[in-house]
Design a protein around this ligand. Structure first.
Ligand code: ADP
Length: 160
């Protein structure tokens, strides 16, 4: 079975992430969306909340799984038995960062497949969403409604 892993923080999941998931799921028989968990990083949505949201959002695609992991992505990808890693590209800055990571991934036996979201989603990032939310502005067009609701419930400085 041809499979891939799409790793990321997804904190929070945005319409840009969903765009990439939607494209990648069409290319693979199994796609694992993997939430990289850094226990030293505080703030943002809890991993459990991100798991719940992404599972809901990926429900229309039965061959898409959502899970979380700690440690090196290539170690987790080896455990999953996938052939490729998916990453999204938004800018030259992403490209410059990702080309180094792709080299590391290749040394560990994984090719990295880069996808570009639709133009309406290319400028989206989780940090932009956080800034817009902090400014008290609406999140329409940036995140799915379920994510906007989860962010609205999140008390400042607390993980829901
Ligand atoms: P990370 O901390 O691993 O970069 P992110 O959750 O920020 O995690 O992003 C995960 C992946 O999704 C990265 O490859 C990132 O470039 C990609 N991505 C995020 N938003 C977009 C977008 N709007 N368009 C294309 N790719 C995106």
């Amino acid at each position: 079975m041809i499979s891939a892993c799409y790793p990321g923080s997804f904190d929070p999941p945005t319409l840009g992430h969903l765009d990439i998931i939607s494209r990648a799921q069409g290319l693979y028989q199994r796609l694992v969306v993997a939430i990289g968990h850094n226990p030293n990083k505080i703030g943002g949505l809890s991993v459990d909340k991100r798991l719940q949201l992404l599972r809901e959002l990926c429900a229309p695609w039965p061959h898409v799984e959502v899970c979380s992991y700690e440690g090196a992505t290539v170690h987790f990808a080896a455990k999953l038995g996938v052939q490729a890693l998916i990453r999204g590209l938004r800018s030259y800055a992403d490209f410059n960062h990702e080309r180094g990571m792709a080299e590391i991934n290749r040394r560990h036996g994984f090719e990295t497949l880069f996808l570009i979201a639709e133009s309406t989603h290319t400028n989206l990032s989780s940090s932009l969403v956080r800034q817009v939310q902090a400014a008290g502005l609406g999140l329409e067009g940036l995140v799915p409604p379920a994510v906007a609701a989860a962010l609205a419930q999140q008390a400042p400085g607390q993980e829901p």
